[in-house]
Design a protein around this ligand. Sequence first.
Ligand SMILES: Nc1ncnc2c1ncn2[C@@H]1O[C@H](COP(=O)(O)OP(=O)(O)OP(=O)(O)O)[C@@H](O)[C@H]1O
Length: 337
Amino acid sequence: MNKIETKKGSIQKKGTDKETLLDIQNLKTYYPVKGGFLKRTIAHVKAVDDLSFQIKKGETLGLVGESGCGKSTTGRTILRLLKPTDGKILFGGKDITNISGSELRRARQDFQMVFQDPYASLNPTQSVGDIVSEPLKNFKKMSKKELKEEVLDLLSRVGLPPEAYHKYGHEFSGGQRQRIGIARALALKPKLIIADEPVSALDVSVQSQVLNLLKELQGEFDLTYLFIAHDLSVVKHMSDRIGVMYLGNLVEIATNESLYAEPLHPYTQALISAIPETDPKKRKNRIVLQGDVPSPQNPPSGCPFHTRCPMAKEECSKIKPALKEVKPGHHVACILY
Ligand SMILES: Nc1ncnc2c1ncn2[C@@H]1O[C@H](COP(=O)(O)OP(=O)(O)OP(=O)(O)O)[C@@H](O)[C@H]1O
């Protein structure tokens, strides 16, 4: 069995033989574009366009791609902060695609989000004690004493001192504020955390501390992560498997090891070639992509990447390749394979 040792020494199984926690099937999320005198919907931004993947219990799936490829929209749709246009979201086997009202409120206890900008996501008029206890007040019946004990325990689990309880967000550094956001996300003991660029607003020196904390907490709280980032080196550090997104589509998905050792899709190859490598023996030729990402309002026909692909053939503008398993656990959407 495939196992990893977490920092605190607990043994955690990698998600190879575990049950599926999240199952995304042909998910589409389109934003309407309004126009004209009557403000009618005249077009759609196809932010997520037919996405399918699964995450197993205890696993971390990294989602990478350039800005605007639909990573955040994917995360927000899974949390049902956005209504999917089409497709299915199954969480723990339950179809949550169209649930609403109290059913959605109850389901939301199991999945939480950690945001990129900890400052923007914390209410400046609330003390840390209030911020972290808010979800508990909304969902659990607890006495004031129990509530405070629970919040102090959460603060200590994320490495903050008890004095933090009475302080306000602006009194903390960026890394500490992200710890507050993480404590709040953990309050209801969720099963899934969607971390959307959780360290990209932080100084490089604190990034690894927050990433290590997230790894430790995964073992302690039995968490499953969807880890969204544009930075491939951050995703590599965190993920068991990685999905590469381009224009609302998944172009490749594989285990961390397989993706970095043998990236198959020309887009993944370009992204990996752009990672700075200090070891001269490992340095690869940089593949510089030409042009900008096309508008998701008017995506190219055929393969969405063909307009920038250095390997494109004539048929790439006509055929949209489906994700195909070309090695065990390694899927790619490209006619070359
Ligand atoms: N509320 C909205 N209305 C219309 N279009 C939107 C909206 N939010 C996002 N988009 C568009 O949807 C596409 C996907 O955006 P999204 O934020 O999901 O991408 P991303 O990969 O997370 O990028 P970033 O890292 O820059 O946030 C982009 O073209 C974006 O401009």
